[in-house]
Write a protein that binds this ligand. Structure first.
Ligand code: GDP
Length: 316
């Protein structure tokens, strides 16, 4: 299920809580929660997250319903019946509110997106697994800022993958963005530090650092990222996640987030068969906002801010 369909499905499920009597029975609540959890899991939102969301709603709401029922036990005259109906319709609204609040808590990042500042060096470190689309995304990200007039440069601190420097160099040359890297230096921390120092000294505003990815979030990779982060002290660390990884996204994002201070997420390959729920799991794991969406090997990035607020607005 893709994200747009998920939105519709959630809305439909929530509508079922608008009952004509205004009351919400245990059976109705269970049916709605089961609809919602199924839709989220089918969209690849992490199973553990969905179960926590369901349990939280149940806990909050069940207490509420029980209290109302208990109070009503002795109500049998008309006035009490009217009061009971009014209270019951409140219950239905409160149940809806509780479900929406839990969904928002599940999907809303705790952190605000980092806003790059003009006229000063903004060091942005890119991390992610090999094949996630980091190098491709860096080129798109550089292009995004360069076209908006930012003095932009790239540093290749990926000494692990043969050809990584050539790939970045090719992209940089095409975009006419200055780059820094080495065919001989094997220490990624030294390259990152030297490259960033050079571009800071030359007053670049957007300094993008590519790091190595490996197939799995193994300890060596995570340690290397920590050392690079300590050396270049990034203003923002962007985690690039491949949306087609589905349920695996949550654990991957968690591992990166525990190792470095991830501040933003970019989701790639949304043009493929990805359902998109992995993206929501990445937000939950890192508590960070998604700033761009990648769709296509060549196409530019979609700024989430621009999608929401329009193309000519500044990222604030
Ligand atoms: P890295 O190892 O993380 O640096 O990954 P690369 O940037 O080398 O990308 C790995 C593969 O994914 C390449 O074939 C890219 O062309 C492809 N790729 C990257 N981003 C996207 C995307 O948004 N959509 C699609 N379809 N392919 C992408």
């Amino acid at each position: 299920m893709v994200l747009a369909e998920l939105g519709g499905k959630l809305r439909d499920s929530l509508r079922k809580l608008h009952t004509s009597s205004g009351r919400v029975t245990q059976t109705q609540l269970n049916a709605v929660l089961s609809d919602i959890t199924r839709a989220l899991i089918e969209s690849d939102v992490n199973v553990k997250l969905v179960m926590t969301m369901r349990d939280n709603v149940k806990q909050n709401v069940e207490q509420l319903i029980e209290k109302d029922d208990d109070d009503d036990d002795d109500d049998d005259d008309d006035a009490n019946e009217q009061r009971r109906k009014r209270r019951a319709s409140n219950v239905s609204k409160l149940v809806q509110k509780a479900v929406v609040e839990e969904l928002v808590r599940l999907l809303q990042p705790q952190r605000k997106a980092y806003v790059p500042k003009r006229g000063k060096p903004n060091v942005v470190l890119f991390v992610g697994l090999q094949g996630a689309g980091k190098t491709t995304t860096i080129a798109k990200y550089a292009n995004y800022y360069q076209r908006r007039g930012w003095k932009t440069a790239m540093v290749c601190a990926d000494t692990f993958r043969a050809g990584a420097f050539d790939q970045l160099k090719q992209n940089a040359t095409k975009l006419r963005v200055p780059f820094y890297g080495s065919y001989t230096e094997a220490d990624p921390v030294a390259i990152a530090e030297e490259g960033v120092d050079q571009f800071v000294h030359e007053h670049y505003e957007m300094i993008i650092v590519d790091t190595s990815g490996r197939h799995r979030q193994e300890a060596g990779l995570l340690e290397e990222m920590q050392e690079i982060a300590a050396a270049v002290r990034p203003d923002n660390t962007v985690l690039v996640m491949d949306a087609t990884q589905g349920q695996a996204v949550y654990d991957q994002a968690m591992a990166f987030s525990n190792a470095v201070d991830v501040g933003s997420v970019i989701i790639t390959k949304l043009d493929g068969h990805a359902k998109g729920g992995g993206a929501l799991s990445a937000v939950a794991a890192t508590e960070s906002p998604i700033i761009f969406l990648g769709s296509g090997e060549q196409a530019s990035l979609f700024s989430v801010h621009e999608l929401v607020f329009g193309a000519n607005t500044e990222f604030k």
